[in-house]
Design a protein. Structure first.
Length: 306
């Protein structure tokens, strides 16, 4: 490959085999490398760490295995690292936290283990972090609360546990802690996420009541609490908030006017509304046609009499 190559975009093809390690050592100008959606195997070449102009590295949706090379920490200009849906193993190398320009990090749906590095607090420009579908364990590091640019945090389908003491303060899109090993009361810290739209705590062992303060999150549109050990009275949420509390036998719903809607109920209601609008539109069209026909008939009758 030419040393002057800036962008290599081969995503969503039928490529197979391994990524040739010898091809990248001299590509100092390579800025975008997109090999996603193929059938690539083998491991991530450490030589990719020599491509220090890289802004985007996308190897997602392949069959790449092995460990995350520490050399990726040399990519000082990297803004997006997308390695999801592969067969990566081992721990998240602490060198990843050297990528201080990183905005989006997605290494979900692999087989990574170990803990979330506490030095993740170095990634002050990070806006989206997706670590779902791995075997990560331990606690969520307290240092994550310093990630003031983070608006989406996806940690579902891991083996995380222990108390949740802190959270990034400006989460907006989603906080997903589903399918982990969390237990005890729902953390009060979650009530401080005033801009949050989606909160998923399903499939854990949270117990006790649902904090009333969650009902005061003004931007919340979805609250997933299914399959926990929650009890007590369900607070009254605004009618636009989709709530799923199935699988909590001891919860009591006292709301008569605006009961929490499960996904299935919300979907049925949406279908009924759409059907009603369609029927109304049909009859309105028929009425307009009748009015037009009657008007034309009157005009023609008047012209004939004249």
């Amino acid at each position: 490959m030419s040393p002057s190559l800036v962008r290599l975009r081969l995503g969503n093809n039928l490529l197979n085999g391994t990524i040739p390690s010898s091809s990248f050592g001299s590509l100092s100008k390579l800025t975008y490398l997109e090999l996603d959606g193929n059938g690539l195997t083998g491991s991530i070449p450490p030589e990719l760490g020599s491509c220090k102009s890289l802004v985007l590295l996308n190897l997602a949706k392949n069959k790449i295995a092995g460990f995350l090379p520490a050399e990726l920490g040399n990519l000082s200009n990297l803004q997006k690292l997308k390695l999801q849906n592969n067969n990566l193993i081992g721990e998240i190398p602490v060198q990843i936290t050297q990528l201080q320009g990183l905005r989006k990090l997605n290494i979900s749906w692999n087989s990574l283990n170990g803990s979330i590095p506490s030095l993740i607090s170095r990634l002050q420009n990070l806006t989206n972090l997706d670590l779902r579908g791995n075997n990560l364990s331990g606690s969520i590091p307290d240092s994550i609360s310093t990630l003031s640019s983070l608006i989406e945090l996806q940690l579902g389908k891991n083996e995380l546990s222990e108390k949740i003491l802190s959270m990034p303060p400006n989460l907006l899109i989603a906080l997903n802690l589903s399918s982990n090993l969390f237990e005890g009361p729902i953390p009060e810290i979650l009530s401080s996420l005033i801009g949050l739209e989606v909160l998923d705590l399903s499939n854990n062992r949270f117990s006790g009541g649902i904090p009333d303060s969650l009902a005061k999150l003004g931007n919340l549109t979805q609250l997933m609490l299914s399959n926990n050990l929650l009890s007590g009275v369900i607070p009254e949420f605004p009618p636009y908030v989709l709530i799923d509390v199935t699988g909590n036998r001891d919860l009591i719903n006292t709301a008569k006017s605006n009961p929490p809607l499960t996904y299935q109920k919300r979907r049925k209601m949406t279908v009924r509304v759409i059907f009603g609008v369609a029927v109304a539109a049909h009859y309105m069209t028929v009425l307009v046609v009748i009015i037009v026909i009657v008007s034309i008939s009157r005009i023609e009758g008047s012209e004939f009499q004249f």
